[in-house]
Design a protein around this ligand. Structure first.
Ligand SMILES: Cc1ncc(COP(=O)(O)O)c(C=O)c1O
Length: 382
């Protein structure tokens, strides 16, 4: 039987592998703490759950939803961008998605022809690399380094690649490093992409997971002509990973192309989930602040323990990840295996985020602080 050749270039999704390892360890009776995948352990607000349930009483709740999303959710997203970021959006500049992963995948055929380049950061959330490959586009991996606060140096991208690039994907706050974008960088990259006719996409999955003293920042605040788009999600801000609900906002031409792909390959999300998402955006922002404080405490706790163990890390204040250096004389695979076998701690090896990260690993702060403390304290000093 013959299957798509392009699949040969793609590995099994790394968290699927980790899930299998974890299942075997649990079966063998090992006491473990999973700090690998970024799946929040915090509860979903009751009002969101109640809205999900009560929306099943609405007429036609079980039928195909509108492809672009229900108007109630689109207007809630417009209000959110206006109030939180001061960005004005029209209805045709908003598209509801089945999670941001769907949007990241579908933006490739929406924008790229076969053989076009997509500039992506290295390391990164690997969907930016695998989706272009699946659709016959070519990912160009631009290194992002700690010494440059994990922001790409745009002048380092070869001119011949720039000429063939249609799309530039960035992700701030960043997975896996926890780095943040800033005004100067956003302005620079918007202008870089505009001059070269490249569509810029910020994956803003962690936009609200920043240190509790800080305000969230959107790329669209610095894109006055609205040439770019931002792909967002309810997964991390509202602990709704399993709901599968996200959105794309920004340039209406790009949004429309994305809708064209979406309407041909999938449908809208279940309407009660869309109502629940609209409810999430209407809630007092204190619930977001509360979550941010919890992540701050976990981040500080983990950083202090790592320091005491002589494990170096990028001193970030955003996303719920800590990007750590593997101690000397280990590869990331060896060290992550040691953490599992000796201390029962599952983390994500750096090479799951790209081929430059063999000396890093990622800790996800999506478990209770007491567990984080208990397990990390077990690690020996390096
Ligand atoms: C950077 C980044 N983007 C997107 C996603 C996917 O989020 P969603 O649940 O909205 O598909 C993740 C999930 O971990 C992520 O880390």
């Amino acid at each position: 039987m013959k299957i798509n050749n392009r699949l040969n270039e793609i590995q099994e999704y790394h968290f699927k592998k980790i899930e299998d390892i974890k299942e075997n360890l649990i079966k063998s009776g090992k006491d473990i703490l999973d700090l690998s995948i970024g799946d929040p352990d915090l509860p979903v607000n009751n009002d969101i759950v109640n809205e999900l349930i009560s929306a099943t009483n609405k007429k036609k709740f079980n039928m195909y939803p509108p492809y672009e999303g229900i108007k109630e959710l689109k207007t809630a997203i417009i209000k959110y961008y206006r109030e939180v970021f001061g960005v004005k959006l029209e209805l045709d500049e908003v598209l509801v998605l089945i999670g941001s992963k769907e949007g990241i995948n579908n933006i490739i055929p929406a924008v790229c022809n076969i053989g076009d380049y997509v500039v992506v950061p290295n390391p990164c959330y690997q969907v930016y690399v695998t989706s272009p490959k699946l659709w016959g586009a070519i990912p160009y991996k631009v290194p992002i380094l700690g010494k440059n606060k994990y922001l790409p140096i745009l002048s380092n991208i070869p001119e011949n690649i720039v000429k063939k690039s249609k799309l530039f994907i960035i992700n701030y706050p960043n997975n896996p490093t926890g780095a943040e974008g800033n005004e100067e960088f956003y302005k620079e990259i918007v202008s870089f992409c505009n001059k070269r006719d490249i569509i810029l996409v910020n994956d803003s999955a962690y936009i609200e997971i920043v240190n509790s003293g800080k305000r969230p920042v959107s790329l669209l605040q610095y894109d006055k002509e609205k040439t770019s788009i931002e792909i967002g999600t309810f997964s991390k801000t509202f602990n709704m990973t399993g709901f599968r609900i996200g959105y794309a906002v920004g340039n209406s031409k790009v949004i429309n192309a994305l809708l064209k792909i979406k309407s041909n390959v999938d449908s809208g999300q279940f309407m009660p989930i869309q109502y629940a998402a609209a409810k999430a955006l209407s809630l007092d922002r204190n619930i977001i602040e509360k979550n941010k404080k919890i992540y701050d405490e976990r981040r500080n706790c983990a950083k202090n323990i790592l320091k005491s163990k002589n494990i170096k890390f990028y001193d970030s204040e955003a996303a719920f990840y800590i990007w750590c250096n593997v101690p000397k004389n280990y590869t990331t695979t060896e060290f992550c295996e040691k953490l599992i076998n000796d201390y029962g701690i599952i983390v994500t090896p750096g090479n799951s985020f790209g081929d430059v990260s063999n000396t890093y690993f990622r800790i996800s702060l999506t478990r209770d602080i007491k567990l984080i403390e208990k397990y990390l304290c077990k690690i020996q000093q390096f």
